[in-house]
Design a protein around this ligand. Structure first.
Ligand code: PPY
Length: 295
């Protein structure tokens, strides 16, 4: 079983994969580099788009991507790829993020700071206060930033402690994110045809399920969104997230990403989604999956 994650080694996505595997294959060695856990191996991808591409074309069987962060909000490229690709969400996991400033050189010598866009954004205040003149550069992942920072003493990376160890970097400053509590939610996906094949992971009768959908109103009219949300509200279905994302058709035209409590095997969820579908231009079902434990 090959799992596509943002690489290289040391990324938060890699950490999320280990955490999810330990949840779904409890008791087995959760090491993602061993032969256990039904032989999952990681396929390190350069960026989020590649996780989706390698899922579609192979060799990846399961894709894991960051979708939202408690400080910076949604990962836009993930939302766009969820619309574009034929994938089904089968799980989610939430990782506590602790960004550190890593370098081979001294703090006073840092001129360039590298990280994933989410990493830079989650440390915006720290960077303004401590490195106003530094050049900020984005990389495909925090661990790629750490790997690059090994090359020059005036470079630093915003990445995890694990990356410091992996790439032999010093931790100049730890816990630099703008809020102490910093969590990122990751989605686990398969190709939609695989989902119907019943992937090798158990159903959790004792867990709360979530269902994720994307809707497009296609013609804006007063109360349109209210009507849709009303289909859930009148059935007392709890929405855990609603996010608008530009349709890329024209300014002010949006898609809505909605997460709700329940699963499509529940009649009430099925009924609500059926009614919503009759009121919108497009509805894409992303999947029903066990909700992560509350953080
Ligand atoms: O770049 C990584 O390590 C990732 O897995 C993406 C990411 C970046 C910043 C915070 C959480 C996840």
């Amino acid at each position: 079983m090959m799992i596509g994650v943002l690489g290289p080694k040391g990324s938060y996505s890699e950490k999320a994969a280990g955490q999810w595997l330990a949840e779904i294959f409890p008791g087995e060695t959760a090491s993602i580099h061993s032969e256990s856990c039904r032989d999952p191996v990681l396929h390190y991808c350069d960026d989020i788009q590649d996780v989706f591409s390698f899922l579609r074309e192979g060799p990846v069987d399961i894709g894991l991507v960051p979708v939202e962060n408690s400080i910076e909000g949604s990962v836009g490229v993930t939302l766009d790829m969820l619309l574009e690709h034929d994938v089904t969400i089968i799980g989610e996991t939430v990782v506590a993020i602790e960004h550190c400033l890593l370098s081979k050189g001294r703090k006073e010598d840092i001129r360039i700071i590298l990280s994933h866009p989410q990493g830079l954004a989650q440390c915006r205040h720290f960077l303004k206060e401590n490195f106003r003149g530094a050049e900020l550069r984005t990389t495909g992942s925090t661990s790629h930033a750490a790997k690059l920072a090994t090359e020059f003493e005036e470079m630093a990376a915003i990445a995890s402690r694990e990356s410091a160890q992996t790439y032999g970097l010093n931790i100049l400053v730890s816990n630099i994110q703008d809020r102490k509590h910093n969590h990122t939610r990751f989605l686990i996906m398969v190709r939609s045809d695989e989902a119907s094949a019943g992937y090798p992971y158990r159903s959790y009768e004792d867990r709360t399920y979530k269902t994720s959908i994307i809707v497009y109103l296609d013609r804006d009219r007063p109360g349109a969104l209210y009507e849709i949300l009303g289909e859930f509200a009148r059935r007392k279905i709890n929405l855990t997230r609603i996010e608008s994302r530009p349709s890329k058709k024209t300014l002010g035209d949006y898609l809505f990403y909605i997460d709700l409590e329940g699963r499509t095997s529940d009649d009430i969820i099925k009924e609500a989604i059926y009614n919503v579908e009759s009121k919108v231009g497009m509805l894409k079902m992303l999947g029903s999956y066990p909700a992560s434990e509350p953080v």
